[in-house]
Design a protein around this ligand. Structure first.
Ligand code: MCA
Ligand code: AMP
Length: 504
C-alpha cells in the first residue's frame, strides 16, 4: 500500500505524476492540467526561494479566485512557507492587523486590491514584497533560479487562517499539513469524492469552505473543478443546465439565490451527484424547496476555520433538514453542559465540542486564547450550541460566542462596535444580528447619538476605509438609550429583541 500523503501538495504532486494530462482546473475558458498547475506551482516555489523565503515564513494571498491563487498556495508549501489567506474584501483596518500579526514577508495580490494594501504599507515594516498578478508576477516567476521542490512534513505549519475574535481583533488559527490531510481524507471518504468528480467551485478561495473543502478535495482525490471568479446565480444556473458537473458546494445565501433563479425559469438542471451546504444554517424551507425544484436533497454539514469540517449528514442515509448529521470518519463530537463541562444526555442543548486529527494546533502567538478553547484531553470548544438526537444527528441551535453570520461571512459585533465608538456623533453603540431572508442575519447597529445631525449613511460611510463591506451595518437604528444590567453592561439580547419587535 502506498504511504498516505503528508500534505495536500504531496497528494497533488502524486496525481500530477500519475495523471499529468488530466484536467485539474477550468477557469474562464482555460484548461489547466495537473502537469500545468504543478509547473506553475513549482515555478512559484523556486521564485520564492530565489527571493529568499526561509522555511516557516509567511506568504499572504490577497487576491480574487484564479488558478494563480492555487499555484501560489501549492508553491508556497513547496518552498516550505506558510500561507496566510486574506479575505479579499478586507480593507485597511483588517489588513493592518493581519499582516502585522502574522509577520507576512511577501504578498501576492491583484490590481483591484493593491491600493488598499499600499494604503497601510508604511505601517507594515515586515512586509518586504507585494507582487501583483500580471506582469509583476511573470517577472517574479521569470527571475526564479532552479530549485528542487521539497515536500513539507505533516507536522509543519501549513496555513494561518484568520478568524475573528470576540475581543474584536482576529486570531490566526494554525493548521498543520497533517490537520488538513486528516480533514480532507475524512471528507472524501464521507462524500465519496473520486477522481471522476467535477466540482463547480464559486466559493471564495480565501476561506475554509472554498479552499480546504473545494480545492483540497479536488487535489486530494485527483479530480477536477471549474473555478469561478465569484458566485453569480444566473451563471451557475446556466452551468448546471449545461450538465457536466457532479458537485456544487455553497453557503445558504447561494442556495436562496439559486432557488429564486429556478423560480424564474422553466428549465430544470439534471440532478448532480452531490449538493453540499454549510458555513451557516440552511433553513428547512430552503432544503425542501430545493428538493422540489432541483430534485435533490442538499447535504448539510458543519465546520469551522479552526477544525475544518466536523459534522455531516450522511451520503447514503437520511439527510435530515435542520440538522448537520454526525461526525466525519475518525472524528468525535459531543454536547456538554456549559457550566460543568460534563457531557449531556440526548436532546439537551449545550456546547458542542469536537476532537480528532483535523483539529488545529492553536492560535498564532496567542497561548492564552489557545488555552481557552482546548481541554487537556484534546476536546475543542466550538462555542456553538446544539443537541444530538437518539440516532446521532446534531442540531446547531445557537452560539455562546457573539457572532453574526451574514451570507456565510462572519462578523464579530465587537470589531464593528470598536470602530463605531470612534465615529463623531456616536455616544454609544451596540451591534447585533437581525434575521434576514437573503443573508440569514444582517449586521444592525443600535446607536445612541450625541449629535442630532448624525445619519445612518454617515455611520455606514464611517466604516468604509477600515472594514470589509459585509461588516458594515446594513441598518442603523437610533435609540435614546441602550438597555444595561445593574453592572452597566449592555444587554445585547434585549437590544436585539427590541429591534426584532420593531421590524415586525
Ligand atoms: C457581499 N456583500 C455582503 C455579503 N457579501 N453583505 C452582507 N453579507 C454578505 N455575505 C455586500 C458587499 O459588501 C457589497 O456591498 C455588495 O454586497 C455587493 O458585493 P458582491 O461581492 O457583489 O456580493 P455578492 O456577490 O452578492 O456576494 C454574496 C455571496 C458572498 C456570493 C453570498 O457573500 C459569498 O461568497 N459568501 C460566501 C462566504 C464564504 O465562503 N464563507 C465560508 C467561510 P457594498 O458595495 O456596500 O460594500 S468558511 C466557514 O464559515 C466554515 C469553515 C464553514 O463551515 O464553511
Ligand atoms: P468560521 O469560524 O468562519 O469558520 O465559521 C464557523 C462557524 O460557522 C461555526 O462556528 C458555526 O457557528 C457556523 N456554521 C458553519 N456551518 C454551519 C451550519 N451548517 N449550520 C449552522 N452554523 C454553521
Amino acid at each position: 500500500m502506498t504511504k498516505r500523503p503528508s500534505s495536500i501538495v504531496e497528494a497533488f504532486v502524486r496525481h500530477a505524476e500519475s495523471t499529468p494530462g488530466k484536467t485539474c482546473l477550468r477557469f474562464e475558458g482555460e484548461r489547466w492540467t495537473y502537469e500545468m498547475l504543478r509547473g506553475r506551482a513549482e515555478n512559484f516555489a523556486a521564485a520564492l526561494k530565489t527571493w529568499g523565503l526561509e522555511p516557516g515564513e509567511r506568504v499572504a494571498l490577497y487576491k480574487e479566485n484564479s488558478p494563480d491563487f492555487l499555484a501560489a498556495y501549492l508553491g508556497t508549501h513547496l518552498a516550505g512557507g506558510v500561507v496566510v489567506p486574506v479575505n479579499n474584501q478586507y480593507r485597511r483596518g483588517e489588513l493592518r492587523h493581519i499582516f502585522e500579526d502574522a509577520g507576512v514577508r511577501l504578498c501576492l495580490t491583484d490590481g483591484e486590491r493593491r491600493p488598499e494594501l499600499e494604503g497601510v504599507r508604511e505601517e507594515l515594516p515586515r512586509l518586504e514584497a507585494v507582487i501583483e498578478a500580471g506582469r509583476e508576477l511573470e517577472d517574479f516567476l521569470n527571475a526564479a533560479e532552479p530549485h528542487e521542490p521539497e515536500l513539507p512534513e505533516g507536522d509543519d505549519l501549513a496555513v494561518i487562517a484568520y478568524t475573528s475574535g470576540t475581543t474584536g481583533r482576529s486570531k490566526g488559527a494554525m493548521l498543520l499539513h497533517r490537520n488538513l490531510v486528516a480533514n480532507i481524507e475524512a471528507i472524501c471518504e464521507a462524500w465519496r469524492w473520486t477522481a471522476n468528480d467535477h466540482l463547480l467551485l464559486t466559493l471564495p478561495l480565501f476561506h475554509t469552505h472554498g479552499l480546504m473543502v473545494g480545492a483540497h478535495g479536488t487535489f486530494f482525490s485527483g479530480a477536477s473543478a471549474e473555478l469561478r471568479r465569484k458566485f453569480d446565480a444566473a451563471g451557475v444556473y446556466d452551468s448546471l443546465l449545461e450538465g457536466s458537473f457532479t458537485m456544487f458546494f455553497g453557503v445558504p445565501t447561494m442556495y436562496t439565490r439559486l432557488l429564486r433563479e429556478a423560480e424564474a425559469r422553466e428549465e430544470r438542471p439534471n440532478p448532480l451527484r452531490l449538493y453540499v451546504a454549510g458555513s451557516a444554517a440552511l433553513s428547512p424551507q430552503a432544503f425542501e424547496r430545493f428538493e422540489e425544484l432541483f430534485g435533490e436533497r442538499i447535504l448539510e454539514r458543519y465546520g469551522m476555520t479552526e477544525t475544518g469540517m466536523n459534522l455531516t449528514n450522511p451520503y447514503d442515509g437520511e439527510r435530515r433538514p435542520g440538522t448537520v448529521g454526525g461526525p466525519f470518519p475518525g472524528q468525535e463530537a459531543r454536547v456538554v453542559d456549559i457550566e460543568s463541562r460534563e457531557p449531556l444526555p440526548v436532546g439537551e442543548v449545550g456546547e458542542i465540542e469536537v476532537r480528532g486529527p483535523h483539529v488545529f494546533e492553536g492560535y498564532w502567538e496567542r497561548p492564552d486564547a489557545t488555552g481557552e478553547v482546548f481541554k487537556e484531553d484534546g476536546w475543542f470548544r466550538t462555542e456553538d450550541l446544539g443537541s444530538v438526537s437518539e440516532d446521532g444527528y446534531f442540531t446547531i441551535s445557537g452560539r455562546t460566542k457573539e457572532l453574526i453570520i451574514s451570507g456565510g461571512y462572519n462578523v464579530y459585533p465587537r470589531e464593528v462596535e470598536e470602530l463605531l465608538e470612534g465615529c463623531p456623533g456616536v455616544a454609544e453603540v451596540a451591534v447585533v444580528g437581525l434575521p434576514d431572508e437573503e443573508f440569514g442575519e444582517k449586521v444592525t447597529a443600535a446607536v445612541v447619538r450625541d449629535d442630532e445631525e448624525l445619519t445612518a449613511e454617515k455611520v455606514q460611510d464611517f466604516c468604509r476605509d477600515d472594514l470589509a463591506g459585509y461588516k458594515k451595518p446594513r441598518e442603523v437604528v437610533f435609540l435614546d438609550e441602550l438597555p444595561r444590567n445593574a453592572l452597566g453592561k449592555v444587554l445585547k439580547h434585549e437590544v436585539r429583541e427590541g429591534l426584532v419587535e420593531k421590524e415586525e
